[in-house]
Design a binder for this molecule. Structure first.
Ligand code: ATP
Ligand code: MG
Length: 426
């Protein structure tokens, strides 16, 4: 019986072997940066109670209103595939008492799920690397997050492709006052609002500022600016943040309309934006969220973090040399029963003696000619060749595949020396 072909869920993608070399190389750079700045990894479940996201992200946000993958499990409990990582991270830190006298710098990475309309740069399962810090109220940690980002962009060779946009959302009270002004302003133009914005006018008017509808831009341009409603201490925080960026030569654009899609942000917010990915141009975004820990039942704890969208980052790096895969160093060819056995033993010994050596052993039988074809196709630097004769003499022939050069026959110790000088001493 033949079955019909199954496909992956819409908006959820496989990351194929020709893509994983880029992912791995980029991840190595990201991890190195995190280590260099003193961040520790935390690993979190992918599923959380639905309640957690409702209480943290906010009931009237896009995510909670229409993007969550929510289901009832066999015990009748409402669970949700995480749409983002911050809520789960805060939940875990409270649950395990990590926040007492905290000065935490954490990171995590993994899939997130949002039921959005799939398009380039927007998927239903996507991956984020998230960074969260707890216990530090000052703007210096906000600036440190930006520096970590810049360190990454430089190491990846994309610093010139990303622009930093910053804003301050002030405190909850300041936003409340501003919100009234904003509603008053947009209400006088209610006829000109699109459907989404009209709906948001009384639920989440700040989100109107975030509208991507070109017809709305002139109206948004003329709206009152949140920054003008900030009190002294919020202004000082923002100024402190900006001063630190200036001190280390980070350039930025002040964007008074940057509000972010989640309710829990306050004070500093930022986005790294590129022009190279069309409408889905935000690669990395974050900010401060000083009230969330308390909102989720913990002691008041200042917090600041960001999430980096890995698919968008990879899309920016598509033509980078990092995208190249690592072909094997060696491809082993064996012909004849005794050569097969000797080769197997050699291969195991080589892998043991030379960690990091990439040695692919031909599988299945075949003539020298057909095995050579496979060796060539593998991209390996050298073929290791064993016939009955070599096996009998406990030797192996080494033939360069990528450049002209003579074939030589070596015993095991000479082969080790050769591989050392070829692959380990450069
Ligand atoms: P957007 O405005 O693009 O919808 P967002 O404000 O919803 O983004 P965040 O929740 O701040 O995004 O997530 C941080 C980052 O994660 C984004 O800047 C983006 O790089 C990535 N991201 C968010 N949603 C998706 C998605 N559906 N597909 C791919 N990447 C995403
Ligand atoms: Mg979104």
């Amino acid at each position: 019986m033949t079955g019909s072909k199954l496909q992956s869920v819409r908006g959820m993608h496989d990351i194929l072997p020709n893509e994983t070399p880029l992912w791995q190389a980029v991840e190595a750079v990201l991890y190195q940066g995190l280590e260099s700045y003193g961040y520790q990894q935390i690993r979190l479940p992918i599923v959380e109670k639905t309640e957690l996201f409702k209480r943290s992200i906010g009931e009237v946000t896009d995510i909670v209103e229409k993007e969550m993958y929510t289901f009832t499990d066999r015990n009748g409990e409402s669970l949700t595939l995480r749409p983002e990582g911050t809520a789960g991270c805060v939940r875990a830190c409270i649950e395990h008492g990590l926040l007492r006298g905290a000065n935490l710098r954490l990171w995590y990475q993994g899939p997130m799920f949002r039921h959005e309309r799939p398009q380039k740069g927007r998927y239903r399962q996507f991956h984020q690397l998230g960074v969260e810090t707890y216990g530090q109220p000052g703007p210096d940690i906000d600036a440190e997050l930006i520096l970590l980002n810049r360190y990454w962009w430089r190491a990846l060779g994309i610093a010139d492709k990303l622009e930093l946009q910053i804003n301050s959302l002030g405190t909850l009270e300041e936003r409340r006052a501003y919100r009234e002004e904003l509603v008053a302003y947009f209400s006088t133009f209610e006829h000109a609002l699109d459907d989404d914005s009209r709906r948001r006018l009384h639920t989440n008017p700040l989100r109107i500022l975030d509208s991507k509808n070109p017809d709305m831009q002139a109206l948004i341009e003329g709206a009152p600016k949140l920054i003008d409603y900030l009190g002294e201490s919020s202004r000082a925080h923002f100024q402190g943040f900006v001063n630190q960026l200036d001190a280390v030569g980070v350039s930025y654009t002040f964007n008074p309309r940057l509000v972010r899609g989640l309710d829990y942000y306050c004070l500093t917010v930022f986005e790294w934006v590129t022009r190279e990915l069309g409408a889905q141009g935000t690669v990395c975004a974050g900010g401060r969220y000083d009230t969330l820990v308390e909102q989720l039942g913990g002691k008041p704890t200042p917090a600041s973090g960001f999430a980096l969208g890995l698919e968008r980052l990879m899309a920016l790096l598509g033509d980078s040399p990092l995208a190249r895969s690592n072909p094997p160093h060696l491809y082993m060819i064996r012909v004849g029963a005794s050569a097969e056995k000797a080769g197997l033993i050699w291969a195991e010994k080589l892998r043991e003696r030379l960690p990091g050596l990439r040695l692919q052993v031909h599988s299945g039988r075949g003539s020298f000619k057909s095995q050579f074809k496979k060796a060539d196709k593998s991209g390996a630097m050298y073929a290791l060749i064993l016939g009955e004769e070599e096996a009998a003499r406990q030797q192996v022939a080494v033939k360069p595949l990528r450049e002209e050069g003579e074939q030589r026959t070596l015993d095991f110790d000479r082969l080790l020396d050769f591989l050392h000088s070829e692959f380990y001493s450069k």
